[in-house]
Design a protein around this ligand. Structure first.
Ligand code: MG
Length: 398
């Protein structure tokens, strides 16, 4: 994505808004998840090919930012201003020390910008000095007065709905922003408007219909739906595990330590629930089983917390570009009683899997005193995992 001419291309990612329209409960929208990842993280992923990425955040969002930006090579974030315009200027000023040739200004609230769109933006800026993505308008647009009365019907073929990233030669855009601030002009809603005001010629290049701006709760739902429809390869896996009782005073079940008159014998902590869930996920991935990834002959797994096994399978789903849709666990035993610990187990499993609590079920049954579970010789667990993988994943043979 870097320019072929050796020119330095930077990005300003504007993530300083409060996002109250998205109906967020306390968390600004750019830090809310869309398709399992925060909006800002998705946006950063899209721009990761650029060497210089300057984020602009709100002073209150430091902790949320650290999480969202974990693992990315970014310039230290700067604090935004009272308006989007002031925030962009803060980002540009911070970038000035690095003297980029071109800059892309992008809203964190557009997390679906593609690599192709970003490449187009860079190319257009290199050709013209100021370029913005735009889409033809399909609705008929009318201007109205303050009473809602139609003034005129605008000629649709001359209109474009404009998006970000907007791309500019760096020095003239910085100068235009500085001049606007000096002259008290704070009413610009995008950077192209400032460039136009400063006398730059701005060219429109083709935007992307998928590059939506997430503003309200409806946008969030639409984004989720778009994201899920790309993960249309739905797979189900099952897992079964059994461990025998031996002398002890507690068991681990579903990630929870439960005091009991016996313990479960095993190489690891013998958490049958997490083992069954791990196998269910590996089954859905058609990727071996817990024994093939964590051989009992391997000393490093002795006494291991089974969180690690489940986390391994969860990460394997993520690595394939997938998401966990649902985990369902049934525990079969006469004792201990599962009911009092059910919610703690669901919470532990949801935390390890990184999914919502309403996507985790824990059920329990006795076997009516029949069989080894009925005789109290051990505990059995049965799990089902439903995952969604990208369609392209069907091309990968594992
Ligand atoms: Mg086991």
């Amino acid at each position: 994505m870097a320019s072929t001419s050796g020119e330095k291309v930077a990005a300003v990612i504007v993530a300083a808004g409060r996002g109250s329209r998205a109906g967020a409960a306390g968390v600004p929208k750019q830090f809310r998840p869309v398709g399992g990842e925060t909006m800002l993280r998705r946006t950063l992923t899209a721009f990761t090919g650029l060497g210089l990425i300057q984020t602009v955040i709100h002073a209150d969002d430091g902790d949320l930012y650290v999480q969202a930006a974990d693992g990315f090579a970014l310039l230290p974030p700067v604090t935004g201003g009272a308006t989007r315009q002031a925030s962009v200027l803060a980002g540009l000023e911070a970038l000035a020390a690095h003297a980029p040739d071109f800059v892309l200004v992008h809203d964190a609230a557009r997390p679906f910008a593609s690599a192709a769109l970003i490449a187009r933006a860079i190319e257009a800026a290199q050709e013209t000095g100021a370029a913005i993505p735009g889409l033809p308008v399909t609705d008929t647009i009318k201007s109205i007065d303050h009473r809602g009365l139609v003034g005129e019907t605008l000629a649709r073929d001359t209109l474009r709905a404009v998006q970000t990233p907007q791309a500019f030669a760096f020095a003239p855009l910085l100068e235009a922003h500085r001049r606007a601030a000096r002259e008290g002009r704070t009413d610009f809603t995008d950077d192209a408007a400032i460039a136009e005001w400063a006398g730059m010629q701005v060219v429109v290049f083709p935007g992307e219909t998928g590059n939506i701006k997430i503003t309200n709760s409806e946008d969030f739902m639409r984004a989720e739906a778009t994201d899920l429809s790309a993960l249309g390869d739905i797979r189900t896996g099952t897992g079964i595990d059994v461990h025998a009782f031996s002398v002890g005073d507690h068991v681990f079940l579903g990630g929870v330590r439960i005091p009991h008159s016996e313990t479960l014998r095993g190489h690891s902590d013998a958490d049958v629930g997490l083992h069954a869930l791990t196998d269910a996920l590996l089954g859905a991935l058609a990727d071996g089983d817990i024994g093939s990834h964590f051989p009992p002959t391997d000393e490093q797994w002795r006494g291991a917390s089974s969180d690690r096994f489940l986390k391994f399978a969860v990460d394997a789903v993520t690595a394939r570009g997938g998401r966990i849709a649902h985990l369902d666990l049934t525990i079969v035993c006469e004792a201990p009683k599962i009911g009092p610990h059910r919610d703690a187990m669901r919470e532990a499993i949801a935390r390890i899997a990184g999914i919502e609590l309403n996507r985790v079920a824990v059920k329990a049954t006795t076997s009516e005193r029949l069989g080894f579970t009925g005789r109290g010789e051990g505990i059995a667990a049965y799990a089902t995992a439903t995952i969604r993988l990208p369609w392209s994943d069907t091309c990968i043979t594992k």
